[in-house]
Ligand binder design. Structure first.
Ligand code: COA
Length: 162
């Protein structure tokens, strides 16, 4: 899929290295810890399988003009305490932040999942003090609906309200 500046490619059979590189590089993590290599391989397995099962999932994000890999993001199905939901996620390399790319991805994700995804809440779960992620969510139609623990960390839960 294309946006004004980005190419969004489903995570597929040739993307193991790209996912592992993105998910293990400490530079791409501000508030949480980078994944171990083993965990990143597991993520690759799950995220590529999700596309095959559901027809939607997380994309690799590239700048269309240069084909440079700058991030990962999109939506994957999840089970929360309050029921099934679509977990919206995004992670950009530092050089690709502050340019509106994450907002561009998030707008495209919401539009795509509204068309193609299940009728379930679109949820962003972020560390309580992850300011850039909170600002991104709020600027793009997400509203905080609870505070809670997620994977052992105090977190804010946002839901898409348009
Ligand atoms: C969270 C994260 C994706 C936010 O990225 P981001 O680049 O700040 O978000 P945006 O794409 O919305 O960019 C917004 C900034 O770009 C600026 N910008 C520049 N050109 C722009 C354009 N053409 N369009 C829109 N905004 C533009 C905006 O003014 C804004 O700057 P400001 O925050 O100083 O006001 C990024 O910090 C990240 O990858 N963090 C690590 C991973 C992480 O924590 N993920 C969350 C897990 S839930």
């Amino acid at each position: 899929m294309r946006t004004a500046r980005l190419s969004l490619d489903p995570i597929g059979p040739h993307d193991r290295d790209a996912v592992v590189r993105m998910q293990t590089d400490p530079a791409n993590f501000d508030y949480d810890q980078p994944n171990s290599v083993e965990d990143a391989h597991d993520q690759y397995e799950r995220w590529s399988a999700h596309w095959l099962t559901h027809g939607w999932g997380y994309w690799l994000v590239r700048i269309s003009a240069t084909d440079q890999l700058i991030g990962i993001g999109g939506g994957c199905s999840t089970e929360l305490d309050d029921g099934p939901a679509i977990n919206i996620f995004y992670r950009f390399r530092p050089m690709a932040r502050g340019k509106g790319y994450a907002s561009e991805l998030l707008t495209a994700t919401v539009e795509f999942l509204t068309r193609v995804g299940p009728d379930q809440p679109m949820v962003i779960i972020t560390d309580t003090d992850n300011k850039p992620s909170i600002v991104l969510a709020e600027r793009n139609g997400f509203t905080q609906y609870k505070l809670g623990e997620h994977r052992g960390r105090p977190s804010r839960f946002f839901r898409y309200t348009g």
